[in-house]
Design a binder for this molecule. Structure first.
Ligand SMILES: [Zn+2]
Length: 100
């Protein structure tokens, strides 16, 4: 018997309350089903996530020495993943939703 995607996620899977998410110790994919009832406008609702592992990325600044002996910051935008186990190369940010 064929199942629709909705049936696969909503009827045939094991459900847990959202509060149990922190108890997951091994990396795994989860589906969070919810309804947005309000948007908190005074807090960031998205973050810059790594294109490989989805952890937060931060902009990295590189300096260089100029011929006149002073230093300057390069114009190129480099990003560094905050996940020390990430093996991503050429990391770039992708906006991801923050759910609280
Ligand atoms: Zn990463």
């Amino acid at each position: 018997m064929m199942c629709s995607v909705e049936d696969e996620f909503l009827k045939n899977d094991v459900f847990s309350p959202l509060a149990y998410l922190p108890s997951i110790l091994e990396p795994k994919k989860v589906v969070v089903v919810g309804t947005i009832v309000a948007i908190v406008s005074d807090k960031m609702w998205y973050y810059d996530g790594c294109n490989y592992c989805k952890s937060k990325v931060e902009k990295k600044f590189e300096t260089y020495d100029k011929d006149d002996g002073t230093s300057d910051v390069r114009d190129t935008q480099l990003y560094q993943c905050s996940n020390k186990d990430c093996n991503g190369k050429e990391v770039f940010p992708m906006s991801r939703y923050t759910v609280c």
